[in-house]
Ligand binder design. Sequence first.
Ligand SMILES: Cc1cc2nc3c(=O)[nH]c(=O)nc-3n(C[C@H](O)[C@H](O)[C@H](O)COP(=O)(O)OP(=O)(O)OC[C@H]3O[C@@H](n4cnc5c(N)ncnc54)[C@H](O)[C@@H]3O)c2cc1C
Ligand SMILES: NC(=O)c1ccc[n+]([C@@H]2O[C@H](COP(=O)([O-])OP(=O)(O)OC[C@H]3O[C@@H](n4cnc5c(N)ncnc54)[C@H](OP(=O)(O)O)[C@@H]3O)[C@@H](O)[C@H]2O)c1
Length: 477
Amino acid sequence: MNKPKACIIGAGSSGITTARMLQKNHFDFDWYEMSDNLGGNWYYKNPNGMSSCYQSLHIDTSRDLLAFDDFPLPDDGPDYLHHRDIYEYLNQYVDHCQLRQQIQFNTEVVKATLTNGTTKGAIKDKLWKIELADSTIHYYDLLFVCNGHHWSPRWPTPAFSGQFDGVELHSHDYLTPFEPYDMRDKNVLVVGVGNSAMDIASELSQRSITKKLMVSTRRGVYIFPKYVMGKPADKFAALSPGWLPGRVQRFFMDLAAPFLVGQMENFGLPKPDFKPSQCHATVSGEFLLRAGSGDIKIKPTIDTLDGQKIRFEDGSTENVDVIIYATGYNIKFPFFEDDFIKVEDNQLPLFKRVFVPEYNNLFFIGLAQVLPALMPFPRAQLKLVEAYLNGKYALPSIKNMHAITLFDQERYSGHFYKAARHTMQVDGTKYAFELKTELKQGAMRAMENNYELSFPNQAAEYEQSLSDSEKISGGVN
Ligand SMILES: Cc1cc2nc3c(=O)[nH]c(=O)nc-3n(C[C@H](O)[C@H](O)[C@H](O)COP(=O)(O)OP(=O)(O)OC[C@H]3O[C@@H](n4cnc5c(N)ncnc54)[C@H](O)[C@@H]3O)c2cc1C
Ligand SMILES: NC(=O)c1ccc[n+]([C@@H]2O[C@H](COP(=O)([O-])OP(=O)(O)OC[C@H]3O[C@@H](n4cnc5c(N)ncnc54)[C@H](OP(=O)(O)O)[C@@H]3O)[C@@H](O)[C@H]2O)c1
């Protein structure tokens, strides 16, 4: 029997982890990357405009959590790598695995559609029809979506009332205090208190740079340190055993947090009206020091924009030259038809954050907001996919997948306050732990049903059967 042929969209860390799994399992695959090199977000000034790196960015995932199992990071590096080091590491890994020649660079996937099943010859499966920017069309049995979800800026919606006459940027476009706009000696307002806001505000608040640096927040925040007892803080988070019930884990986190973060009100921040475990972690070793030193002034949410004067909810006003919206990112799949995958309110429920229950040959990798870290998460997801592709794991029924997805969503994110950034939260440690049970259950299902591969494996054969003109215009729909 043929092995199915796969397509990977994207060569960021999720695409790389996917390609490695397919390579190890001897699957045939084509791998498309729209930029001129791999690395995605970690390719600073990526010519495709999709990197959200700023020059000073250090990852807040510590080195041991970050490294690929089969390619350790050099021992002499820092705990928290600079974005350039991550970019180099990803490049070295791809070369080490001899995967580079598999990537088709400067090749954007512009359209991905699932065919209806064909009438041509013996081909009956629903294949993936992939259209590239050069208008060529290719067919695949399996599609891996690894296009990232931190590249499409989310601007405040609805926009703040009034008209602002200064410069408005999104954190996605921020590079340095001088690029894309020179902020020396300016009054700058950063909106938001996520990790982008922490880094950018801390950097700009240096007295030698801006005249005045303000941060506007619509609610409180807990700002966790990067180090606890001299060790990277995420090492402690990763210690929480996966078997510990979520509510117990949260109880301990809420108990420990005040000792780690102190009283946010002491720094001029509003008192949070939620518990520390109810928000995606904000981490910074600098922000509180800068706020405590008077270099960052905390403001409430914006009420109205009036020329360069901004009125805040508490009635105070400030003259502002630049607003930086560090307000997060949208989930987007420009290559899917609008009615195929609907992302509503930044939500895309997925079974085990991988599968759309109705489609047996589509996999989303890295599409989650993971604590303690997103980058290692695809490894866990791909263990499930690997077993599935090798016939060692059968999916539950579509109805059960929907039910389990709802249940998981409530368990993983039900306790977070409602916000666009909390729609796909996952506890990575718990996910990896529960995967073992899921794999066993899937193996049982596979045996019970005398499992046969449930996804197509005819794309290569089909593409070969097409005439030259069909290869350009496309065969089936
Ligand atoms: C400022 C910032 C800091 C972060 N810090 C951390 C951190 O500390 N720890 C952590 O774990 N995560 C962090 N992240 C999350 C970050 O998204 C992940 O670390 C990682 O980059 C995700 O990899 P990815 O492959 O899923 O997506 P990306 O890195 O975005 O890669 C997607 C790739 O797909 C390509 N692509 C997209 N569309 C197409 C198309 N149509 N055709 C062909 N190619 C396409 C892109 O060119 C890109 O190369 C951070 C994110 C930001 C914005
Ligand atoms: N050093 C690092 O490693 C690093 C640096 C930057 C980013 N990251 C990661 O990158 C991802 C994105 O982070 P991010 O900080 O860019 O985005 P984010 O986590 O989505 O945070 C967005 C912030 O903006 C606020 N906000 C959104 N819409 C708003 C509005 N209309 N008005 C006022 N405030 C609004 C949010 O408040 P609400 O909570 O109220 O919605 C939140 O405080 C995260 O996974 C993060 O961990 C990591």
